[in-house]
Each structure stands twice: as C-alpha cells, then as structure tokens.
Ligand binder design. Sequence first.
Ligand SMILES: [Zn+2]
Length: 337
Amino acid sequence: MSQSEILSQEFELGFTYTRSTGPVVGRFLTALRDRNIVGIKGSDGAVYVPPMEYDPNTAEELSEFVEVGQAGEVVSWCWVSEPRESHPHDTAFAWAMIKLDGADIPMVHSVRVEREADMKTGMRVKVQWADEPRGHITDIACFVVEGAESPLGAAGMNAKREMITGMEAPIYLKYHFTAGAATSRFLGKVRQGKLVGQRCPSCNNVYIPPRGSCAACGVATEEEVEVADKCTLESFTIVYIPIPNNPIQPPYIIANLIPDGANISFIHLLSECVNEEIHIGQRVQAVWKPEAEWTYAMDNIKYFKPIDEPDVPIEQIGKIPAAGVPAAGAPVTGREG
Ligand SMILES: [Zn+2]
C-alpha cells in the first residue's frame, strides 16, 4: 500500500434486540400467528388496529380487544417501483393505509398488484397470510385484491398455542466506511506487523491508533512513532454474557492497553491468563497471527498475554517513555513544544 492510499470497506453494524411485547402487542401478535387480527377499542369507541396500549387522546389504559375483519378498504397508498433490500417484497408493490372491516383507524401494510395502475383509493383488499405464521407483523405477507386467488385463504386457524410474549427485532446498519488518511496509514503498518502512532507537536502525546489530530490540542499530528507491542493494562472488563454473532465465547477479557511509547490506550483482548488474576498495571504483549494471515486489521494480533515483567504503578501508566521517546509534557529539544 502506498502512503497516500485511503482504505475503505463495506461495514455492517448492528445487533438483534430481543424485546418483550407486553400484553397488548403480545395479544395482537398471538392472534396474527393464529391467522386472526385483533384491534382494541379506544375510550371514544373507535377500534384501533394494531391495538394501542393507551388511548391516544386520553392516555387511558385500554383493554377491550375486538376481532376485526381480514379485508378492508385502501384509504391511501404510495407505489414502490424499486424495492430496497429491507422492503418486504423484491418486486414493485404499494405501501397502503388499509381500514379493515370493523376497524376505525387504518393500518399500514403492503399491497401487491401487478401494476401501479391497479392501485385505487377505495379499492377492497384482503389479507394474504404467510405460509408459516410465527407471531410477527410479517405473518400478514401482504394484502391482495379482494376476490383474487389466495392459496392459504383467510380462515382463522384458532390453534390453542402459547401466548406470544417476546420478539426479536434486528437492528442493522449497513454502510461504507472510509478510514481517512491517518487510520489508513496506521492500518497499512498493521499489515506489516507494526504499530505506528502519531505524536502531537504541541503536547507530545502519542496517539494510537492515530486520528490525524490531537483531541486535546486540536492540532494536526504528522510525526509517526512506532510503538512496542508490549503494553500496560490501564483497565479491563471480564465479559460473561454472550453477544449474538460474536465468535468469542465468554468469559473473556476486554482491556484498555497502553503500548510502550504511547500515552493513549486502545482496546484489545487478553488471553492465556487466569481471568481472576488480571490487574491494572500488569504488563502484556501481543500474540500475532502467522504473518501470512496479516491484513489491514487489528485482529492481526490475536490477543495480548501477560508477560513476566514488574507491574507499572498506577500513577505511571501512560507516562513511561520508551527509549528515546520523551514522556508526555517533557521538553523536547529542537522542536516547538
Ligand atoms: Zn496535543
């Protein structure tokens, strides 16, 4: 990689959130799984679908459930000619406000017709159930024109099964990440098995990974400083709770580590240790993957492991100069400081 090349990559950031539904939404989802639709009566007698826990006008707690029809009228709609990845259908469809028979407030769902010209305000539509309802709003696969063939029909199943009390709500953000000049240079060195930070020309602090500027002084950092892969433990957390999709099995230790020659910590894993014996000020060293596996990523270092060196006193952590490197705040000869 040349010094000027900027790294970028697709990223996905997210997690699957498990939430409890509460009794009102739970009842609605349970009914969907059994191929029924329930609403709730508001304090003015209007029927809301999906049911609301509290009256939107009076904030009164609501509890009178009402089964509504599985067909209704399109009150308004918009056409999606090019569905996105997160949409429920991969061919063109309409989002519509649909007032179900027996309901007073329309609900949002999708309507599938061949062409935009087939959509009309006031048209009658009916539910098309998903093949395998599971207690989710997508149990209604879509709405279709009333009278059209529907392989599963609209009959309720009324199976006596357990109440839906929870659901998984995946929250994922897909984006394209551009590392920027400082981080690209840092990752280029990581690929060569080196940890290279940047020194602030004003306060002399060495940042790793470098951000291209000093957060304290607000000045650009240019001077590159190779630091050791030996570090001092600044703080740590022992993780006991598994994180979905995380390949690392608990318990494991996440630590803030300050490499020799730098003042600012970065986060990495600790291993080859007795978790209960880990302590602040402990000396650790990187365990690198085989060189053939190195990429532009900090997981070129598999983890850090304790080494047989004396602890660093807490007040000295982040202040120890490596050979030839001035301590933070120390006067520097031959340079503005
Ligand atoms: Zn600074």
